[in-house]
Design a protein around this ligand. Structure first.
Ligand SMILES: [Zn+2]
Length: 239
């Protein structure tokens, strides 16, 4: 194989690996965001119970105020009872006292129910917090893994860029420019192997005359359809 063709193949090899690195690195921010969203979702399960607890506590405070007011009313009616000037007024106050005491019972029941509900919610909260801690530990570990993998990829990328530059420097100016032109126009692939007498990149069958010329290996030849530089895989030196 022509030395320059071998060099082109090497450069192409670097470019394919670099493109793979870039693709993987491009996925990193999205992957990290996805995990953050999962952590946020797990956190919102905790927050929902905390909110329910806050509401329950507020309802209880409200009920306790109501209770105090009702108890004060019972005292007030009791005092008024002592100064009642008619039997009718007396009976009316007694009825109000009885009604208020019934209401006090209802309020007390409600307070008890709210206390029980708060206990249940505290258990639920502890449970959700535990689940959140477990889940976020796993997810944070995954983020660390992704970041460390990305650092490795970046290092590999730097290495590949250096090696590519050194190899690329071995090409003549004309071939180097041609390579870059085709690479830019053909989705990063400027050099393609021949398979079953076809250009493996665009899959077009090659003329027998062209195949013979490539076999002769006297100069660099391109696919007449996609312009990619062609080579026979069997002619390749061991990598
Ligand atoms: Zn082609």
């Amino acid at each position: 194989m022509l030395p320059e063709l071998a060099t082109l193949r090497e450069v192409q090899g670097f470019d394919i690996r670099l493109a793979a690195c870039d693709r993987e690195l491009a996925r990193v921010p999205g992957a990290l965001e996805g995990i953050d969203a999962e952590i946020e979702a797990a956190r919102s399960h905790v927050k929902a119970v905390e909110e329910e607890l806050r509401q329950t506590a507020a309802e209880r405070r409200h009920a306790e105020t109501e209770l105090e007011e009702a108890e004060a009313n019972v005292d007030k009616y009791g005092d008024q009872l002592l100064g009642a000037r008619s039997n009718e007024e007396y009976k009316g106050l007694q009825k109000q006292i009885a009604n208020t005491k019934t209401r006090i019972g209802t309020i007390e029941d409600r307070i008890l129910a709210l206390m029980e509900k708060a206990d249940e919610l505290e258990d639920k909260l502890a449970d959700r917090k535990r689940t959140f801690d477990e889940r976020s530990t796993v997810l944070e570990a995954r983020k660390t893994e992704i970041r460390s993998r990305a650092r490795e990829q970046e290092q590999e990328r730097d290495q590949l860029l250096k090696r590519r530059a050194a190899t690329f420097a071995g090409l003549s100016e004309e071939i180097a420019a041609r390579y870059e032109r085709i690479r830019g126009a053909r989705h990063g692939v400027a050099v393609a192997p021949i398979r079953d007498e076809r250009c493996s990149a665009c899959n077009v069958r090659l003329r027998p005359q062209l195949l013979e010329e490539i076999h002769a290996d006297h100069s660099i030849h391109a696919c007449e359809t996609c312009a990619r530089i062609l080579f026979f895989e069997a002619d390749a030196p061991a990598a």
